[in-house]
Design a protein around this ligand. Structure first.
Ligand code: SF4
Length: 115
């Protein structure tokens, strides 16, 4: 599958959050996201400051997270294409390319407003 098609399919799936407010998404991801839960464990994962190992850690956490798509929707709303790192199981370069696809859809759905 072409990369652009894969990103468009992701944008299709994110459409189910059109009616969700940003606060609702933030509450769900903040309470139940795998990385958030991991940080409350007795021995939370430690970021090293080294890009490759921190990215691997993020990818591991994201791969088991039940809130990947809610997290991705939230990150696109909050940071657009700007945030670096892995969110919603998607690295920043993919989010940068996903953003204009996602934004065009939300502009049509929201009429230019933000939820
Ligand atoms: S998808 Fe990844 S970054 Fe988002 S809440 Fe889940 S573990 Fe955290």
């Amino acid at each position: 599958m072409e990369r652009h098609d894969r990103l468009r399919q992701i944008a299709d799936r994110l459409d189910r959050f059109t009616e969700a407010t940003t606060d609702q998404l933030a509450e769900a991801v903040g309470a139940e996201g795998a990385c958030m839960v991991a940080m409350t464990e007795p021995e939370p994962p430690v970021l090293t400051g080294e890009e490759v190992s921190d990215r691997n850690l993020a990818e591991r956490l994201c791969s088991g997270c039940m809130f990947q798509e809610a997290c991705l929707e939230l990150e696109l709303r909050w940071s657009g294409p700007m945030q670096i790192g892995v969110f919603g199981a998607l690295p920043d370069e993919d989010r940068r390319d996903l953003y204009p696809i996602w934004r065009a859809r939300r502009a049509r759905q929201w009429g230019g407003g933000q939820r």
